[in-house]
Write a protein that binds this ligand. Sequence first.
Ligand code: MN
Length: 260
Amino acid sequence: MRILVTNDDGVHADGIFALKVALEPLGEVFVVAPERPRSAAAHAITLHKPVRLSKVALRDGSDAYAISGTPADCVVLGTQAVMDGRTDLVVSGINHGPNLGWDVHYSGTVAAAKEAAMTGHPAIAISVASYGLNLDYCTAAAYASVLAKHIAQNPLPIGTVINVNVPYLPASEIAGVAVTFQGPRQYVDRFERRVDPAGRDYYWLGGTLADARSPEGSDVRAISESKISVTPLQLDATAYDMLSEMREWTPATISARSDA
Ligand code: MN
């Protein structure tokens, strides 16, 4: 099995190294990742300037490829330029911090997996639900290996990716694995206004989570219950429940006069 490993935290992040080591027993692992942290890059691709690919050494001396672009760029170049179109699985992570609920739309980690799905590759995104420093990624890495093995035997439907979030706990304290849906996740106080040394305002974006109980069965709830959350995501973002209703009420004609 030929596996592409990427992330959005950068090629030298601890999480991607733990992932590479965990997946090596399953096949040939290629590490192709951004040269610097690109968290919250979502699904951006670099279209209007050059993208550089350089060979770098990881901490065990093995080769990796650092890309001057985004996580999605890494998947394009990783699968095609580095791996010559022969990739069996793409695994993105292990992200430093959770990718839960609506936050998934900001995530470079998840976007890399989605980019892989767009070209027909089975793909997993995996994150540890902690922002702590110097995390130990071994619980998440062990689960990545289990899931990768399973997907190699049981192919995913085209256009789907698996988004995994792992509580930051020793394996013995994990309360199981929950198959979940994306919960709501809302923030309050989205920015702080500050003043720079020249007396001008600037803004710092972030926010704190709204104090809402997440619904039973959601990814957010699973993490709060010390469970590994596994969510199937799909590239097709259509709100299917609305289709028939919208066909009734959507204006179907243009009434404005064309003066052109
Ligand atoms: Mn990240």
